[in-house]
Design a protein around this ligand. Structure first.
Ligand code: ZN
Length: 685
């Protein structure tokens, strides 16, 4: 839905507030403005720190998104200091950035956009620079200049491609000066520049040009986009089954440099594109917009296969395609690299799977989703340009110069530094309980994407929501499942794989306890404890092993056991025995996983009372009775019986889990780490 300019909402606003309002309206529409792409400006008078009135250019600062930008996202620059630059013949990027930083009215403003001079050199009071799909279709169409002239007459000025910066800004200003009655500039292979005397007319002008371009495309659209279907798309169930098996292998293949999060996109426009006759030819022409390629890379990885050949053959072809992509990317970098350029990750960001959809990769879920969002724009541009004539793109050199442009890399450097476990994926069972939540929280703080498996569905959902609110959308998910059910455990792992692409860490923590003498313990009691503690740990570990093996990048499995696995407490024979079974299972799996770098370890806590569900029920009363003390004296009782005279908290358990999950424990497997304050009878030996 395109937003309309409201005279009422805009009434009485300052120049800067109107600029914010206009930017938010534009940013609202992803077919006009890319994520964090485009920039807007207004020229107005402003008062500086000394009380003097100055003519300033308000322009978007680096790192903001027009959809959500606020006044703080804009920077005011002294116009009279910038304008003389236009008389220069050339200006290197670094010098331009440095110069503009000296023109800022406030030193605490964000760094001005790399397209600032474009706004400064044009004489209009209000300017929008956007990357609308329909306009870029003209800008990337073969023979686009003639097509643009035919559709827009001399109202639109065509400026040949060059990378944004001083020279492009000057070329645009010169072209507009020569044709002062033009309404807009089309930047070849790039985007749109529009203007107005006031904020509202600038907005209307952008919208009018976009609408006209859309109408032009609709006129020329051919019946079957991209030559019609080549392979048939799979129905959701077989598709998910195939993706469930394929994604961990793909994730392993693209994570050689750093663990990647995968995102699956099966939107109709994507599936139509990847299943079409011409998609590979069109997709391999190049990026649809310089603004995309920092996130999508110059080319996607095209998998030349039909899912009808079956999982194994499809998967082999896909892995070969990813391997080939990385080789070709290294060749591309080697051919264009300048001394000092960073060495980028050679793995694809966009993988196109005929009949299935698109898989995108990123350092986190948000980045992978953002790349998918941009590739939707690319598909729309390719469709439009193909309808007009044929899609064209930047040359490899032009693409490299944008991808490794220091000013673009600077924008990326504004992102927070990666944490120790960034890009990794963990599944935690008992994720709604006190220990499970503490573990999930601590892992999330280190950058892990966490799946919270629990039989308590609302509890898991609430815990996931809380993690997302703290660490970002997509960073956690609830996985309602009973750990004793083979089918439910399998389905939960599948959901996790479809959401993130794979798995690096499994924490088996779901549990319950029972305090009974052996005579009181029923067969049902015994079975229930063994079902959750022994069978549940087995089912969860087995599923984790399957995915980790398919991924081929090792992994960490961590069992939360108990001091009781080593030291038999009184009146809890079923619990003690099941906990001992977990520890022996841990050692067995450590032996099995070693060759695949899957490390299996245990954390053995004792008496984690605070916040615990186990300790809020009968168990608490029963343990107090067994120790012959009052319930309220339990904390003190447990503290006093430890060597260190401390109580054990859920966060203490979480700390040990993070260590065992991390590469700091890369050489530790088959080990039980005690977190019990020191219980001599339970010292592992
Ligand atoms: Zn641009």
């Amino acid at each position: 839905m395109r937003a309309f300019w409201s005279a009422e909402e805009s009434r009485g606003k300052s120049a800067l507030d109107l600029l914010v309002y206009r930017s938010n309206l534009l940013g609202h529409d992803p077919t006009i403005v890319n994520w964090k792409g485009g920039n807007t400006s207004a020229k107005a008078d402003a008062i500086d720190h000394a009380g003097r009135s100055q003519r300033v250019l308000w322009v978007k600062g680096s790192g903001s998104d027009l959809r959500t930008i606020t006044p703080k996202g804009f920077v005011a620059l002294r116009l009279e200091e910038i304008l003389p630059l236009e008389r220069r013949q050339a200006m290197p990027d670094e010098e331009m950035v440095d110069y503009l930083m000296q023109c800022m009215l406030r030193p605490d403003s964000p760094r001005p956009s790399i397209e600032t001079l474009l706004h400064a050199f044009l004489p209009f009071p209000h300017i929008d620079h956007t990357h609308p799909d329909a306009v870029i279709a003209f800008c990337t169409a073969d023979g686009g200049e003639a097509l643009t002239r035919r559709a827009f007459g001399d109202r639109v000025i065509w400026v040949p491609y060059q990378r944004p910066g001083f020279a492009l800004s000057r070329a645009v200003a010169e072209a507009v000066r020569a044709r002062p009655r033009a309404q807009a500039v089309f930047l070849a292979k790039h985007g749109l520049v529009t203007w107005g005397d006031d904020a509202a007319s600038c907005y209307e002008s952008t919208l009018a040009i976009v609408k006209e371009a859309e109408a032009g495309l609709a006129r020329d659209a051919r019946a079957a986009a991209f030559g019609g279907p080549r392979v048939s798309a799979l129905a959701p169930d077989p598709r998910n089954e195939m993706l469930g098996a394929l994604l961990p292998r793909l994730r392993g293949a693209v994570s050689a440099r750093r663990p990647a999060i995968l995102h699956v996109d099966v939107a109709p426009d994507v599936v139509e594109f990847v299943s079409s006759e011409q998609f590979d030819r069109v997709a391999l022409v190049g990026a649809a917009c310089p603004d995309h390629l920092v996130h999508t890379k110059y080319l996607p990885c095209v998998v030349p296969a039909d899912p009808a050949v079956g999982l194994e053959r499809f998967s082999t072809t896909a892995l070969e395609a990813v391997g080939r992509y990385a080789e070709e990317y290294r060749v591309y970098v080697a051919a264009h690299r300048r001394p000092g350029d960073p060495e980028g990750d050679p793995h694809p960001r966009v993988i196109l799977l005929p009949g299935l959809g698109m898989v995108t990769t990123g350092s986190d879920k948000e980045a992978a989703e953002r790349t998918a969002g941009l590739y939707h724009r690319a598909i729309a541009v390719m469709r439009g340009a193909s309808a007009l004539s044929a899609f064209t793109s930047l040359t490899p050199q032009e693409a490299y110069d944008v991808e490794y442009w220091p000013l673009e890399l600077y924008k990326l450097s504004l992102a927070p530094r990666p944490r120790e476990l960034s890009g990794r994926v963990a599944l935690v069972t008992g994720g709604a309980g006190a220990i499970g939540r503490a573990i999930a929280e601590r892992l999330a703080a280190e950058g892990v994407h966490v799946g919270l498996m629990d039989i308590d569905e609302p509890g898991a959902a609430e815990a996931a929501r809380e993690l997302e609110s703290r660490y970002g959308a997509g960073r956690a998910m609830a996985l309602p499942a009973n750990v004793t059910s083979e089918a439910e455990v399998g389905a939960a792992f599948r959901r996790m794989v479809l959401a993130y692409g794979g798995l690096d860490i499994v924490v088996s923590n779901a549990g319950l306890a029972l305090s009974r003498t052996v005579e009181e313990t029923t067969a049902a009691d015994w079975d229930r404890l063994f079902a959750v503690l022994a069978r549940g740990y087995f089912l969860v570990a087995r599923e984790g092993f399957r995915i980790m093996r398919a991924q081929g990048r090792g992994g960490a499995v961590i069992f939360i056991t108990s001091k009781n696995a080593q030291l038999a407490g009184k009146n809890s024979s079923a619990y003690n025995s099941a906990k001992a079974a977990e520890e022996q299972l841990m050692r067995s799996l450590a032996e099995e996983g070693g060759a695949a770098s899957i490390r299996v370890n245990a954390v053995a806590p004792d008496a984690v009372l605070r916040g615990s569900k186990i300790w809020s029920g009968d168990w608490r009363r029963e343990r107090a009775r067994d120790h012959g003390i009052e319930e309220r004296g339990l904390e003190e009782f447990y503290r006093n019986r430890t060597t260190l005279k401390v109580n054990v908290f859920a966060e203490d358990v979480a700390e040990a889990v993070v260590f065992l999950a991390s590469d700091r424990a890369a050489k530790t497997t088959g080990c039980t780490v005690t977190v019990d304050g020191g219980i001599p009878g339970a010292y592992p030996r």
